[in-house]
Design a protein around this ligand. Structure first.
Ligand code: MN
Length: 464
């Protein structure tokens, strides 16, 4: 069994390996919790005394690439291949009964629903419109195929039983539009406090009709146990901490936002879909999870599935592609670094074109050779500085679809640029040979040197 079978087994594992911090002093949900979590980015942090609540809040449960690989039970170098294999071969879920489902140990329905009384939801950023659920798996069912879809949408609390939701035009939106045309609500469940593997699976780039919970099963190596919700026809992970059951109301739009988003800017306020909540179910002594926007947890959970998809797309065009990274400086969304073993003239450019085609979010592409460490931004910049000539190695595509959250675009219309930083195949190889000191790599600094103490260097003449 992988260490991350549930949120709790994962927290036990993080604690045992000294990567879980705890904040025991009272912490305010308005800014203070997010501020502390952000300063501790890279570690998991549990807040046990959130003002006004007895429920603890956790954040940063997978805030490094190594933690995500570990949660999936694989080496970091195998993470993208493992994720790709899971997307290609989903494993159907396993249904359990209500009595077995820890997420339904307590049921609050109808008039007992009071989001703010039950859920410790933080206000994250200075100009956010309010308190948000940011780590909720949003699950809906296609009434035609009965297949479910899972995604994460930001949810602003707007009443005792009401959320405003940002639902971008992808799979959930498609089902919501179809329901709305029939004048019908779309039932949904919002799952908070889930294992990191299922969180990662929810971000897979898949065709419409693939159930992301089945990808979670494939990643876990065993079917994900699910239970039917108590008030809606949706199946949810049985071991979750909280499940919020409800429906997206047809023909209703209410203001949502602004909200600090992954590009480190605010997503705007506008009229958005509304979720009306019919029940909240939870474990005994539940733990609430919040993802601080633009923190490493947020960037990596989105970035790694994007990398897996990007690697597949580039491989169609350039079979000798080695690896890809969505770089952290561009929040794992806008900058793709593609490493290829170039065999044929022009393949660097083909790799750029393939990367543009993979996702409209990809804005700038850097293609590098196998000797460049693509997880090191300084090494990628070195290749850009010394192997790239703009008159020969640059691709510019004007007025393409980009990200609407990129403030430099015209409502998402923007320019794509590709940088082929590979060495020309016919170049003199010595001109491109990286300098190297023999033996340097084998030196362990702590084993050969100690801090100097007790020596005197300056004499009277130095002191004037
Ligand atoms: Mn989907």
């Amino acid at each position: 069994m992988i260490p991350a079978a549930t949120l709790r087994t994962w927290l036990d594992h993080l604690q045992a390996t000294h990567r879980l911090d705890v904040v025991e002093r009272p912490v305010d949900l308005r800014f203070e919790l997010a501020a502390i979590a952000k300063r501790l980015d890279g570690r998991a942090v549990l807040f046990t005394a959130v003002t006004g609540h007895t429920t603890p809040v956790v954040s940063g449960i997978v805030s490094t690439r190594a933690m995500i690989a570990e949660a999936c039970g694989v080496a970091e170098a195998d993470l993208l291949a493992t994720f790709t294999a899971a997307v290609a071969a989903p494993l159907p879920v396993r249904r359990v009964e209500h009595a077995e489902a820890t997420c339904q140990q307590h049921v609050l329905a109808g008039a007992a629903v009071d989001l703010r009384a039950t859920l410790p939801m933080p206000v994250h950023h200075e100009h956010d419109a309010g308190d948000y659920v940011t780590a909720g798996l949003f699950i809906v069912r296609d009434p035609v195929t009965r297949k479910q879809n899972v995604s994460i949408h930001r949810l602003q609390v707007s009443g005792k039983n009401r959320f405003g939701a940002l639902i971008l035009p992808r799979h959930t939106h498609h089902l919501q539009v179809a329901a709305e045309r029939r004048g019908a609500p779309l039932e949904c469940a919002i799952v908070v406090g889930i294992d990191p593997v299922t969180l990662l699976a929810s971000q897979a780039s898949t065709p419409f009709g693939v159930d992301e919970l089945e990808i979670a099963g494939a990643l876990r190596g065993e079917p994900l146990p699910v239970v039917r919700c108590t008030t809606v026809d949706v199946d949810v992970p049985a071991h979750a901490e909280f499940v919020i059951e409800g429906k997206i109301l047809p023909g209703v739009r209410e203001p949502e936002g602004p909200f600090g988003e992954f590009p480190k800017y605010y997503g705007p306020r506008s009229d958005k879909e509304v979720v009306e909540v019919s029940a909240i179910t939870h474990r005994t002594n539940p733990i609430f999870h919040t993802i601080v926007p633009a923190a490493m947890e947020h960037l990596l959970l989105g970035g790694i599935p994007r990398e897996a998809s990007l690697l597949q797309t580039v491989r169609q065009a350039v079979p000798t592609v080695r690896d890809v990274r969505m770089s952290v400086g561009a929040f794992c969304r806008y900058h793709a670094v593609v490493q290829i073993d170039k065999r044929v003239k022009g393949q660097g450019k083909n790799a750029i074109l393939a990367a543009f085609a993979n996702s409209f979010d990809v804005k700038h592409v850097y293609v590098v050779d196998p000797d460049v460490d693509i997880s090191d931004p300084a090494d990628v910049e070195w290749a850009f500085a010394t192997r790239f000539q703009a008159d020969r190695d640059l691709i510019v595509v004007n007025a393409a679809q980009g990200s609407k959250l990129d403030p430099s675009t015209e409502d998402g219309l923007g320019t794509k640029v590709g940088f082929d930083c590979t060495i020309p195949l016919d170049a003199d190889r010595f001109r491109y040979l990286r300098i190297r000191i023999p033996g340097e790599d084998a030196i362990d600094p702590a084993a050969v040197a100690v801090p100097s103490a007790g020596r005197t260097f300056a004499g009277a003449e130095d002191r004037g």
